[in-house]
Design a protein around this ligand. Structure first.
Ligand code: VAH
Length: 317
């Protein structure tokens, strides 16, 4: 088989999708890459240093290792992108452009993660439809909309098999997210286990869509394996599993730890970003076109997160 390349493999999503892809396709067939060196690199697990803004680096790896599918996960998240808009434009746009160009030349299939950040303040905020107004006001959001359109263009114009999901906040315990607006929903678990206390950087009533990592990994794999002829909205699909506010998540954690306390100190940047995003999205197109169904809701995700993270932090009581 032609190999699989994952960019941004050391990030929150890459750290969990790479082992699943290796299990599925064989370790030697899945090449992890990142801009920094993987700890322990050089063993049996293929790893390449790639700065996605350097297109010759990407092309060299794709050609040399006969890459047939690229999961392009290297990107800046929303809060960091707002602090460093020029870097975000460069990495998120130029990185994707380089991936698509290489995919066109070497006939690769591409996965591109879009986000609920691709919506903006003029988008309907409740049950946000699959096809609707997309006028985000953040650098992150506009790179995601432009990315969706660029993927569409490469599919229509050059026949590159691009597929994409508008991901909600992803909750996981293996690698921390780096600089997103939904990161509170991960931080809260670490702080709950360590200190039974969390100061949240979003307001108590900020409702956003979320998904637990195992569902997300399955969503990506199911989309990539779906029959392309059935995909009407391929670039990009709304997907969700649950939506809640920090207050509701805290109440769920309190069912397992009655001593847990949350207070609030909203960060104007991240609150400002969250206030432009949907409160809930409608993912019926994903359900209809490739049978998307989440398995974890707020209760089952919270229970599993606490158990797995306690194990990881070795504080099982
Ligand atoms: C962020 N986790 O907060 C990302 C995500 C829906 C949000 O795209 O930036």
């Amino acid at each position: 088989m032609r190999r699989v390349l994952v960019t941004g493999a050391l990030g929150q999503i890459g750290s969990e999708i790479v082992p699943v892809l290796r299990e599925k396709y064989g370790c030697e067939n899945v090449v992890a890459s990142d801009i920094r060196l993987m700890p322990g690199a050089g063993g049996e697990e293929p790893f390449e240093l790639i700065d996605c803004t350097q297109h010759d680096q990407l092309q060299e790896v794709v050609r040399r290792l006969d890459i047939g599918t690229i999961y392009h996960l290297a990107a800046l998240l929303s809060a960091v992108a707002e602090q460093k808009p020029h870097v975000a434009w460069d990495l998120n746009m130029s990185g994707l452009y380089g991936v698509l160009e290489v995919a066109r030349r070497y006939r690769c299939k591409v996965f591109f993660p879009s986000s609920i950040g691709a919506f903006g303040p003029s988008t309907p905020r409740d049950q946000t439809p699959q096809v609707t107004i997309q006028r985000p006001t953040t650098m992150y959001g506009l790179t995601k909309v432009a990315g969706e359109l660029l993927c569409d263009y490469y599919f229509q114009r050059f026949g590159v098999d691009t597929r994409s999901l508008r991901l909600p906040g992803i909750i996981s315990f293996v690698a921390p997210p780096g600089g997103g607006t939904t990161d509170y929903a991960v931080d809260i678990f670490y702080q709950a286990i360590r200190y039974h206390h969390y100061t949240c950087f979003l307001r108590a009533d900020t409702q956003l869509d979320m998904m637990y990592m195992p569902d997300m990994v399955r969503a990506v794999l199911e989309l990539m394996e779906a029959d392309g002829s059935k995909l009407i909205n391929r670039n990009s699909y709304n997907v969700t599993a649950m939506n809640f506010t920090p207050d509701e998540l805290a109440a769920e954690i309190r069912k397992h730890d009655p001593s847990f306390v949350i207070d609030y100190d909203p960060d104007p940047v991240r609150q400002g970003i969250a206030d432009t995003w949907p409160r809930s999205i409608d993912d019926s197109a994903a359900q209809d076109e490739w049978n998307w169904q989440p398995r974890y809701d707020l209760a089952s995700m919270t229970e599993d997160m606490l158990a797995k993270l306690r194990q990881k932090l070795r504080t099982v009581r």
